[in-house]
Write a new protein. Structure first.
Length: 80
């Protein structure tokens, strides 16, 4: 269940980033690197979850997120 929650949060984060990019926001890879899809707030770990949607085929999700992470690589390379 935890893996599914993380996966769902990852898709939600990617959707928000795409929406911001569509609104001409500049996405800083350093800020994006600080976001974790492993959220623990508002998760009812042992609660009752709805299963009425099990028979519904989910929509395809976009796996492509266009963000230049090269600045992260530059941060990790020590200066000579």
């Amino acid at each position: 269940m935890a893996n599914l929650v993380i996966f769902h949060n990852t898709l939600d984060i990617a959707d928000v980033v795409r929406q911001l990019q569509a609104e001409d926001w500049e996405i800083d890879p350093l800020d994006l690197a600080e976001i974790s899809p492993h959220l623990t707030e508002h998760i009812n770990r042992f609660s009752v979850y709805s299963t009425h949607e099990i028979g519904i085929t989910p929509e395809d999700y976009g796996t492509r997120l266009v963000v230049d992470f090269s600045t992260l690589e530059e941060e990790l390379i020590p200066a000579a």
